[in-house]
Design a binder for this molecule. Sequence first.
Ligand code: INS
Ligand code: FE2
Ligand code: FE2
Length: 317
Amino acid sequence: MTISVEKPIFEEVSAFEKSGDNIGELKLDGGFSMPKMDTNDDEAFLAPEMNAFGRQFRDYDVESERQKGVEEFYRLQHINQTVDFVKKMRAEYGKLDKMVMSIWECCELLNEVVDESDPDLDEPQIQHLLQSAEAIRKDYPNEDWLHLTALIHDLGKVITLPQFGGLPQWAVVGDTFPVGCAFDESNVHHKYFVENPDFHNETYNTKNGIYSEGCGLNNVMMSWGHDDYMYLVAKENGSTLPSAGQFIIRYHSFYPLHTAGEYTHLMNEEDKENLKWLHVFNKYDLYSKSKVHVDVEKVKPYYMSLIKKYFPENLRW
Ligand SMILES: O[C@H]1[C@H](O)[C@@H](O)[C@H](O)[C@@H](O)[C@H]1O
Ligand SMILES: [Fe+2]
Ligand SMILES: [Fe+2]
């Protein structure tokens, strides 16, 4: 059985409008409006009630073998993601000296990655990319940047492969959270933060920590993983994806913010606008995970045309 997930209330005007012939650059349409869904109900994407294992999505408490692995993953992630670690990773991966390749080559490489943090996904990663992109394309056929954003949002997971430094899973996948301020209780398996050295550091363990109210997420260090890495790759290679697309890539794993509504005191006005699109995106990222495969060869030409529009042919990774 399928259920339709509650739709946000949309205004009639599209939030983005093409500016002149400057390909890929989009501007806000006279003040910000809520993202609009372009389809009628009978064509809309239907979110399933259960995941592929017959369980609720993102259920981190159910007793199962798979769940034990996920919990162990979060134990390690919470212990090891510290301010010092994030600084080191940003410096190392900011060099972008690991590989030169195209976006599509990376999509194919990602198939070799198994994500140990995800209780809902059991399919090759390229299927997850295409399933989420095709689902969002159904409801937002005119926002091509959103289709491409979905296609590439998880590409950063390649940093777990040997040719990218072979980072452990806890430094690549899973939900993300700010470091340098108190770890909010909405983080899944929060209890394991007690063993993180920053938890006991008085500079880092207050509500604002090293940040100030409203400083903007761009000034906040997030736990290191595939989100921040892919954002960096897109930005440094001069992608023309609109800022909402880049925001989605960078914060799509930040469930404590976009789903639990915590850490909002760190956001600035721009973050609040971009968050509306992240809310739209999250539905397709999470609920499109299914056993029904997308025909890769059939949709490839469409996505190749989007890659060409918003990215250079070869990128530094
Ligand atoms: O397990 C998942 C997976 O790693 C996703 O790619 C990430 O975006 C989610 O936040 C996480 O919970
Ligand atoms: Fe992700
Ligand atoms: Fe994803």
